[in-house]
Structure formats: structure tokens, C-alpha cells
Design a protein around this ligand. Structure first.
Ligand SMILES: [Fe+2]
Length: 168
């Protein structure tokens, strides 16, 4: 099937989204294990199952479009995960590490929001209502967990972390 250039851009974005979700499903369990506060651990655990259903949703989207997923390079995903590791792995277990974990996650989260927002916008422009709706569902979930992470971080984790002992 012939595709337009914009459809190719959309397809690459979808492959990239898949790559982000896949990388996250590998890294989230490690992040959950590193968390101290139950609320931080819970939100990361919730994210694990959410990520799984988002991967399934993307698989559905590829099927609906009768498009094959290709393995794309995603240097920004690798960099965000690596940057997150640098942030939280240098902290001892406790509120400071929890604060760093939430920051690391939210930076990735914002990348996902930008990606799904673009997929939804292109699906709309290209008159692909099913894809527009699938991307919209994932986007809503990403926004909701980002909001919840901000509530936890700004609600008590950052303040508790601010009273921790001085870094060595
Ligand atoms: Fe996601």
C-alpha cells in the first residue's frame, strides 16, 4: 500500500512510542524496587500495568492500519532513561531518592505526552478516527499519571526530601 510522507512520519512516531513503552516496561520494575514510600512504589507499579495495556493498544493501532511495526532508533528514550538512572541511582534509599525517581519518571512521561499528542494530531489530520481515539485514550492516561506524580512530589515527597541530611 502506498503511503504519503505525512503517513510515514505518523508511522515512525508510532514505532517510537512503542519503543518508549517497551523500554519503560523493562525499566519500571527496577524503579519500583528502588522506591521507598508506598505511594511512590504504588504509582510506579500502576504504571507497569498501564504501560502493558498501552503497548497492546499500539499493537491494535498497527493492526487497524495494516502497518508493520519497524524497529526504530530512539536516542531520546535511551538518553532519558540513562539520565533518570544518573539522577536516582546516586541517592540513598529514602525521600531524596523518591523525589529523584518521580522527576526521572515525569521527564519520560512528558516525552510520551508529546509523542502521543503528535500521533493524535496527525491521525486527526489524516482522517484516521480509530487511531485518533486510541492515541487519545493513552494520552489521557499519561496526563493522569503525570498529574498524580506531581501531586505526590509536590504534596509531600519533595518537602520531606528537603529536610534530609546534607549530601556527602
Ligand atoms: Fe506510557
Amino acid at each position: 500500500m502506498k503511503t504519503t510522507e505525512l503517513e510515514n512520519v505518523l508511522h515512525t512516531l508510532m514505532c517510537d512510542a512503542y519503543k518508549i513503552e517497551e523500554a519503560m516496561s523493562e525499566t519500571l520494575q527496577e524503579m519500583a524496587d528502588a522506591a521507598n514510600h508506598a505511594d511512590v512504589r504504588t504509582i510506579i507499579h500502576n504504571h507497569v500495568s498501564e504501560t502493558k495495556s498501552q503497548l497492546e493498544r499500539l499493537d491494535n493501532a498497527f493492526r487497524q492500519l495494516d502497518a508493520k511495526r519497524k524497529d526504530v532508533e530512539s536516542p531520546i528514550t535511551d538518553a532519558l532513561i540513562e539520565q533518570g538512572n544518573i539522577l536516582y541511582k546516586g541517592c540513598e534509599e529514602g525521600p531524596v531518592r523518591d523525589a529523584a525517581l518521580l522527576i526521572a519518571l515525569q521527564r519520560i512521561q512528558h516525552q510520551e505526552i508529546a509523542t502521543y499528542g503528535s500521533i493524535r494530531a496527525l491521525a486527526k489530520a489524516l482522517n484516521k478516527p480509530e487511531l485518533e481515539s486510541l492515541a487519545g485514550s493513552t494520552l489521557d492516561e499519561e496526563y493522569a499519571s503525570d498529574k498524580r506524580m506531581s501531586e505526590i512530589a509536590e504534596g509531600f515527597i519533595n518537602v520531606t526530601a528537603a529536610y534530609e541530611k546534607l549530601a556527602a
